[in-house]
Design a protein around this ligand. Structure first.
Ligand SMILES: Cc1cc2nc3c(=O)[nH]c(=O)nc-3n(C[C@H](O)[C@H](O)[C@H](O)COP(=O)(O)OP(=O)(O)OC[C@H]3O[C@@H](n4cnc5c(N)ncnc54)[C@H](O)[C@@H]3O)c2cc1C
Length: 291
């Protein structure tokens, strides 16, 4: 089912994001996780597209398996990195033929070693152009785009970033999926500002359950997400106890998601990092397992 239809058909759309593993053991772990998460009937499972387009074929293959082996709609992430307009169109055509009907349309990050994003000759410079390209050639495709409640790291301020987000919406995006965050107040302010700008499509919070403190510190420092000091102190106090960190992560996420659900969010996008345990415990805690 396409993203826009999903949000019309369901009052709450759960989605999960995975990435293409690099090893066979990784593949097995991913498919085990999907098997378990199937019980929660996610509206779709999305698969990332590696930095610099390194996972092109793998992303497509995993999307195919999500649909054929797990009977769940797949959303393929797709970036502008390293591709000309024609190469982007070729990849879109292959994905369409594979049965992909949803794309997470992204610009992507600059390749390793570069600080600034530069389009290749004949390529695209911003995600709104990719949304436009998809809409023009595949009007029936579902399109998700990225939003940044705490601002994209390159943007000079949140107002400018929001104007750029609106460009993606005006180009034809169906829903916004946000960068991970841990301060709900920042998400709620962002959502209000989207409404003020006339953005009417669903704004879906991105949730990354904390499973390991060291890993989450790395991730938040890369994407610039604010990490609450009280939560950091709790995790620091158990830095040598993996199970305690996991449990605190689950407890925090249940509380975070409860508040968001109370605030009327249209769904939640879980960054599950190819593991199901934490997500399952959170969804159980939220009573989100279908009867
Ligand atoms: C839900 C989600 C999924 C992701 N999945 C992947 C993935 O699979 N693979 C991957 O490599 N990365 C992924 N990313 C990361 C993403 O590629 C980076 O954050 C990237 O730096 C920006 O991508 P974007 O699509 O938001 O870009 P854009 O929307 O193009 O924004 C990038 C920057 O340019 C500015 N900008 C945007 N449009 C314009 C314009 N027309 N004129 C001037 N300035 C403009 C924005 O304010 C922002 O600062 C994901 C992020 C999220 C939130």
């Amino acid at each position: 089912m396409r993203i826009r239809d999903l949000f019309q058909a369901r009052p709450f759309v759960l989605s999960v994001e995975v990435f293409p593993p690099k090893t066979e053991a990784g593949d097995e772990g991913l498919y085990r996780a999907l098997e378990r998460l199937q019980a929660y009937q996610p509206g779709f499972v999305s698969c990332t597209y590696g930095a610099g387009g390194t996972t092109q074929g793998r992303t497509r293959e995993i999307c195919r398996r999500i649909q054929s082996d797990f009977q769940l709609p797949a959303t393929s992430h797709f970036t502008c990195v390293g591709s000309t307009r024609q190469e982007l169109l070729d990849w879109l055509e292959l994905s369409w033929q594979t049965g992909v009907r949803n794309i997470m349309a992204l610009r992507g990050d600059p390749p390793q070693g570069q600080t600034e994003f530069k389009a290749v000759d004949g390529g695209l410079t911003h995600a709104n152009q990719l949304v436009e390209l998809i809409r023009q050639h595949y009007p029936e495709m579902g399109i998700g785009v990225a939003g940044y409640p705490e601002k994209h790291p390159e943007a000079q301020d949140l107002d400018t970033d929001l104007v750029n987000l609106k460009r993606k919406v005006d180009a034809g995006a169906d829903a916004i999926f946000t960068q991970l965050f841990y301060e709900n107040a920042n998400f709620l302010k962002f959502r209000d500002r989207c409404v003020k700008l006339g953005i009417e499509i669903p704004v879906v919070p991105g949730i990354m359950p904390i499973t390991e403190f060291a890993r989450i510190k790395r991730i938040t420092s890369m994407c610039g997400a604010v990490f609450p000091t009280s939560l950091a102190s709790r995790l620091e106090a158990v830095q040598h106890d993996a199970q305690a960190q996991f449990d605190i992560g689950v407890e925090f996420a249940i509380q975070q998601c409860r508040e968001l659900i109370d605030a009327g969010v249209p769904g939640m996008h879980f960054y599950v990092l190819n593991r199901s345990e934490s997500c399952e415990r959170i969804l159980e805690g939220l009573n989100l397992k279908p009867a």
